[in-house]
Design a protein around this ligand. Structure first.
Ligand code: PMP
Length: 396
């Protein structure tokens, strides 16, 4: 038999958590595990702007033919403007190109294969901890994966340790940075920290790859792009992966882009030819529907306005939940201990709860968190903040 030696690998632990949550009969259960945004009703809705754009596409689209290796040019321009700013000199000087990809994950995989094929011998440096899929994607592409410290066992961002390690990284290696809303910790670099990282990147001649999966979920659509724009304007070359899964709520439509910034237009053409050839072996042409929706929204002032307000609503809800949870923990004597939840950004929080506390929360209080104490803040029901705070207090 051909398959007889194939072993079963463990499933994604988050999927097991989803199943356990689904069968838990407790009506007061909390799902703080899976990484999707939820509204006050506990739903992950389709945005109104997305519905309208989708309807327009149904009415106006005339073909489903292939769209080419880099996807729609219009999507590429609009996503570059969203990420880098409409007035970015890189756009004016044709120093940036976007390739449409199946989600941010596809952009990361394309990037990984590009590095393996075109920049052989370069290692990649990931934050410790990082989104686990970063580890597997770059490993699968055959890159040497190393780590720089980010958040230690004391659950604090350690920028000094990060900079000290980056200062030892071999010249030319790639360093992956989270633009905002760090997954899984929620701890982001300050502007000052970013400037320091930029200095090291320059002095070690590193190639930054900025993963931008949560634009609009931290401090705002423009504010969250600050770090990306700082690097894009200061450096001759840069890689950026952008995801439309969260901010457009297009999770299953698989919509994202790999943006490459080069020092000249000529070099951009060279790099893009390689990306197109690499994508050919991965997915040939990217999926279109999600990107067509994004282009419809970003290219139409009315839809864009509606969408920006919807992103702001999601962002505002998360910010309120963060502040609300700290407030609910305060009368229980835990306000100071969990103050970091209010400082962190984006959907996720490294709460500082240990594995034993996470297990007790699950078994004794039906509160579902991922191990390492990562909570999806966007999964909290605002009306039950007090009950969540009491459950946390009971295991602390
Ligand atoms: N990067 C990070 C850090 C993420 O958290 C995610 C989503 N979980 C992604 C990239 C990619 O998401 P997607 O492929 O769904 O666009």
């Amino acid at each position: 038999m051909h398959f007889k030696d194939i072993q079963r690998v463990p499933g994604d632990p988050i999927l097991g958590l989803i199943e356990a949550y689904a069968v838990d009969p407790n009506p007061n259960k909390f799902d703080l595990g899976v990484g999707v945004y939820k509204d006050a009703m506990g739903l992950t809705p389709i945005l109104r702007s997305v519905k309208l754009a989708e309807q327009r596409l149904v009415d106006s689209q005339t073909t489903k033919t292939y769209i080419g290796g880099h996807g729609q040019a219009r999507f590429g321009t609009l996503i570059s403007e969203l990420v880098l700013g409409k007035d970015s000199p890189l756009i004016a000087h044709k120093r940036v190109g976007a390739s449409q990809t199946p989600g941010g994950t596809g952009a990361l995989r394309l990037c990984a294969d590009f590095i393996a094929n075109c920049l052989p011998g370069r290692g990649i440096w990931l934050s410790d901890p990082t989104w686990p899929i970063h580890e597997s994607i770059f490993g699968a592409a055959g890159l040497k994966v190393s780590h720089y410290p980010y958040v230690g066992s004391d659950n604090r961002l350690n920028v000094e340790a990060m900079l000290a390690t980056l200062n030892q990284v071999p010249h030319g290696d790639v360093v992956l940075l989270h633009a905002c809303c760090h997954n899984p910790t929620g701890f982001d670099l300050s502007h000052d920290d970013w400037r320091k990282v930029l200095q090291v990147v320059r002095s070690r001649n590193l190639l930054p790859l900025i993963d931008f999966a949560y634009q609009g979920f931290g401090d705002g659509l423009e504010q969250d792009a600050w770090s990306v724009r700082l690097f894009a304007e200061a450096l001759p070359e840069l890689l950026i992966t952008s995801s439309c899964s969260k901010n457009f709520g297009l999770y299953r439509e698989r919509t994202g882009a790999l943006l490459v910034c080069t020092d000249t237009t000529e070099k951009l053409m060279d790099v893009r030819s390689q990306l197109s050839a690499t994508a050919r072996n991965l997915w040939s042409n990217p999926p279109d529907h999600g990107a067509a929706i994004v282009a419809e929204i970003l290219g139409d002032p009315e839809l864009r306005h509606m969408w920006a307000a919807e992103v702001e609503e999601m962002r505002g809800r998360i910010a309120q939940l963060r502040a609300g949870l700290v407030e609910a923990l305060t009368p229980l004597g835990l306000g100071k201990r969990f103050a970091h939840i209010g400082v962190q950004r984006g959907m996720f929080s490294y709460t500082g709860l240990n594995d034993d506390q996470v297990a007790r929360l699950r078994h004794e209080h039906s509160v579902y968190l991922v191990s390492a104490g990562r909570a999806n803040i966007a999964g909290i029901d605002a009306a039950r903040l007090d009950s969540l705070a009491k459950a946390i207090a009971a295991v602390c």
